[in-house]
Design a protein around this ligand. Structure first.
Ligand code: SRM
Ligand code: SF4
Length: 572
């Protein structure tokens, strides 16, 4: 029950989805996970536990490359879990890095650490007997995975590059506080994984609600003019407003989200919209009540329409805003002016205003592993052994070696170069391309993404070269299905997997990530994609206005119409 009067006319009526039943029956996310852990008959989780473990930051997976082979041998799929850590703002110490580096090597099927598009890392391929020890190990180094998946507030992002250190520090602290404030209050995680005693109290979930949220929920704290965390992919964004270098409050943006389902036009990617400005003291209350309004009015009947973006389109932004204002007890002030002028990460060294040096490394697809001639994992471990600052994961699957004192700069750079972590042959195009995980671990993948991106980029580089645009780049993103984890729905060229080797191509996002692209090619293979890009890049080379990015160009020449209002324009 909500502590606020509910307006039935704003709710969706009908039979609740099965996920609502399982959350309601889960005894605050416990289910029968404990019993399941000692079930040696299967390597997986039974019944509702398959979904409930997500609220503890894990997904049950199996390697799709070997699924058929195992079925032929009458073996169950090689069940394992992927774990996603909670890491608000993406900051991890070198000591923690060394510990997770060792765990990945010793206890996972793939041996890699995977940096994600939400500023954290994943272990892929942890077998059932290692799950509980993994949580205990993470706890021993100060890391958890609470609420990094499931119908809750996920990892809170924060602008990564600490170049404006003082402001960054304040923004980061807010990201941490918001993350803590919105966490589930159940002790299920502590009991199940850390063997903490069950305390007989009446447990409640005052923020998320007894049945948790209708759907996943994503939050950021961003420092303009950098849009490195892609605000428009998120349900709730706190846009830092500073005066004389001091944080004074936030503009609040709500209702972003990128996923859709093919063939269901009631689903679409959508940008976030402005609610207004708040001063700092209201931050946690506003976070809580954007969540509580979505909790009370989000669609619990149809999960495909359950995210905040659809709640806002259904009840209206003004109604949504009025509900939040009423619950917080203050009106939003008019938004303060702000502008995003860049996206992605700033590679190489930057000097912070605190005099420290920060080195952003490009990690292709965020996959930290020793590749032939590129021992990236060994290299990062070598850096961690000498580094005195911290590591910062970015929301673009990259890593910043942050807080390097001047006298250590040369050593860190040398280690990075020696291990292929700095590679001057990487083009701007490669460094501004991104893909989701997809095959072999993602159960929802329809086409390759991470494993395909490097060769696709090589071909796009060749097209840019052919038209004398070697130094230019197009924000290119590939995702293996329309869920959009690689944020293709904010790219200038976005490829969304339809089937093996087949993609939909979306064009017309912009460089700073403030426009949703529009379908251009439906279900096509690489040859068609490259020939169309060849033609368009050729025209861009000669017809573009000075400084005009590819996404703006294709809209101006009418290749695709602009998506202004997703609900009406995206599928039109
Ligand atoms: Fe995602 C589901 C990977 C960022 C939208 N996502 C999945 C799962 C867990 C598949 C599943 O449900 O079984 C994928 C696991 C693949 C694997 O083997 O690792 C997966 N998502 C990822 C990551 C690892 C992609 C990456 O290459 O980095 C990102 C992890 C982020 C994190 O650390 O929390 C990741 N996912 C995103 C983003 C981008 C973002 O948040 O900035 C989106 C689009 C933004 C949005 O939410 O609208 C995204 N993932 C989804 C969705 C669609 C949600 C929806 O609104 O319908 C799903 C499927 C679902 O939830 O039902 C999904
Ligand atoms: Fe998997 Fe689809 Fe997300 Fe890619 S976009 S990781 S294929 S769910």
């Amino acid at each position: 029950m909500s502590q606020y009067p509910i307006k039935p006319e704003l709710q969706v009526s009908g039979k609740l989805s099965d996920n609502e039943r399982l959350k309601a029956e889960s005894q605050h996310l416990r289910g029968s996970i404990k019993q399941d852990l000692s079930d040696e008959i299967t390597g997986g989780f039974n019944g509702d536990n398959f979904m409930l473990v997500r609220f503890h930051g894990m997904y049950q997976q199996d390697d799709r490359d070997i699924r058929a082979e195992r079925a032929a041998q009458k073996l169950e799929p090689l069940h394992n879990v992927m774990l996603r850590a909670r890491m608000p703002g993406g900051i991890i110490s070198p000591q923690q890095w060394l510990a997770i580096d060792k765990f990945a090597a010793d206890k996972t099927l793939y041996g890699s650490i995977r940096l994600t598009t939400r500023q954290t890392f994943q272990f892929h391929g942890v077998l059932k007997p290692d799950i509980k020890p993994m949580h205990q190990f993470l706890n021993s180094i100060g890391i958890d995975s609470i609420a990094t998946a499931g119908d809750v507030n996920r990892n809170v992002l924060c602008t990564s590059n600490p170049v404006e250190s003082e402001l960054h520090q304040q923004a980061y602290q807010w990201a941490v506080q918001i993350s803590e404030h919105l966490l589930p209050k159940t002790r299920a995680y502590a009991e199940l994984w850390l063997d903490e005693e069950k305390i007989e109290t009446t447990e409640t979930e005052p923020v998320l609600g007894e049945h948790y949220l209708p759907r996943k929920f994503k939050t950021t704290v961003v420092i303009p003019p950098q849009n490195d965390i892609d605000v428009h992919a998120n349900d709730l964004n706190f846009v830092a407003i500073a005066e004389q270098g001091k944080l004074i409050g936030f503009n609040v943006l709500v209702g972003g989200g990128l996923a859709m389902t093919f063939g269901d036009n009631s689903t679409y990617p959508r940008k976030a919209e402005i609610l207004g400005f708040i001063s700092l003291e209201h931050t946690l209350k506003v976070a809580e009540h954007v969540v509580s309004v979505q909790r009370d009015y989000g669609d619990r009947v149809n999960r495909k329409n359950a995210k905040t973006k659809y709640t806002i389109d259904r009840i209206g932004l003004d109604t949504f805003k009025a509900e939040v204002e009423q619950r917080v007890g203050i009106p939003f002030a008019p938004a303060k002016p702000f502008e995003f002028t860049s996206r992605g990460d700033r590679f190489g060294w930057v000097s912070g205003i605190d005099g420290k040096q920060h080195l952003t490394l490009f990690i292709e697809n965020g996959r930290v592993l020793d590749f032939p001639n590129k021992p990236l994992k060994t290299g990062l471990a070598a850096i961690a052994k000498v580094h005195q600052g911290d590591f910062r994961m970015t929301a673009n699957q990259n890593l910043i070696i942050a807080g390097v004192p001047g006298e250590q700069k040369a050593l860190i750079e040398q280690l990075a170069r020696d291990h292929g972590l700095i590679d001057d042959s990487h083009s701007e195009q490669r460094k501004n391309s991104m893909a989701c995980v997809s095959f072999p671990t993602c159960p929802l993948a329809m086409a390759e993404a991470e494993r395909y991106l490097p060769e696709l980029v090589t071909k796009v580089e060749a097209l840019l070269g052919k038209h004398q645009l070697h130094d230019d780049h197009i924000v290119l993103r590939v995702t293996g299905c329309p869920n959009g984890c690689g944020r293709a729905m904010l790219a200038e060229v976005g490829l969304i997997g339809r089937a093996p080797g087949k993609y939909n191509v979306y064009l017309g996002g912009n460089k700073v990530g403030t426009r949703i692209p529009k379908l251009y090619l439906d279900n096509v293979g690489e040859a068609k994609i490259l020939s169309e890009l060849d033609n368009l890049i050729g025209r861009w080379a000669v017809e573009r206005y000075s400084g005009e990015c590819f996404g703006d160009f294709v809209i101006r020449i009418g290749t695709v119409p602009e998506v202004k209002v997703s609900k009406t324009d995206f599928h039109a």
